[in-house]
Design a protein. Structure first.
Length: 215
């Protein structure tokens, strides 16, 4: 819409961006409608560049780096949220066929879900015998029980009749009310420190495998 390029000519440009330049990725919602697919930048560098550098080139050319840096500091959180979601999905992929806390992982698909009514679920995993739904928040406040309430509300929109497992991942932990509701609903909670430990464990496992191969 912003480019005013006719829809009939878009496939050519998108094909080049996806296959020739590897700059764009087409994402479809898991268990969602293909018509709701999105085209997103596949490299976080370009996301950062077009969000903060490209619109402020004049200021940078005149040496006003402080103005641009202040803008980055004020708005970086809005970009970091999507990256954090990618990191969380990567952690689950690294531990597939293993476990994360009380969750046995054996999944065939992982991603996110959304619809055209602006409902979104950050994490959705088609695990063996169940569907795992999760919310991921990169905020300076602990995650509140309202996030879990909203996630449970959106469950019916996914149209899954089997067993559901909930996961919440928060940069700054959880409120007491959220922890109580999580305990009642058998929801798994992960904070930033625990996420770090998951990556360390995966790295150590990889190192051990390499050592075994060398011997």
């Amino acid at each position: 819409d912003a480019s005013h390029i006719k829809a009939v000519t878009l496939p050519k440009y998108l094909k080049n961006l996806i296959h020739l330049l590897d700059l764009v990725t087409q994402k479809a919602p898991i268990r969602g409608k293909a018509k709701s697919s999105k085209y997103v930048l596949s490299d976080n560098f370009f996301t950062f560049w077009y969000r903060f550098i490209f619109p402020n080139q004049s200021a940078l050319e005149f040496g006003n780096t402080k103005l641009v840096l202040d803008k980055i500091k004020e708005n970086i959180e809005s970009c970091t949220g999507n990256v954090f979601e990618q990191i969380v999905r990567e952690a689950f992929i690294l531990h597939n066929n293993g476990e994360i806390k009380d969750i046995d992982l054996n999944f065939s698909n992982i991603g996110s879900w959304w619809d055209r009514a602006s409902n979104e679920i950050d994490l959705i995993i088609e695990n063996k015998g169940e569907l795992i739904l999760g919310e991921v928040k990169w905020t300076n406040k602990p995650m509140d029980a309202g996030v879990l309430d909203d996630l449970m509300r959106k469950t019916q929109l996914v149209h899954y009749s089997g067993r559901i497992k909930y996961v919440l991942v928060s940069k700054n932990g959880f409120t007491e009310s959220c922890e109580k509701l999580a305990a009642k609903t058998n929801t798994t909670l992960l904070d930033l420190k625990e996420l770090e430990q998951l990556f360390k464990a995966a790295t150590n496992k990889h190192i051990e495998r390499q050592k075994m191969l060398l011997h």
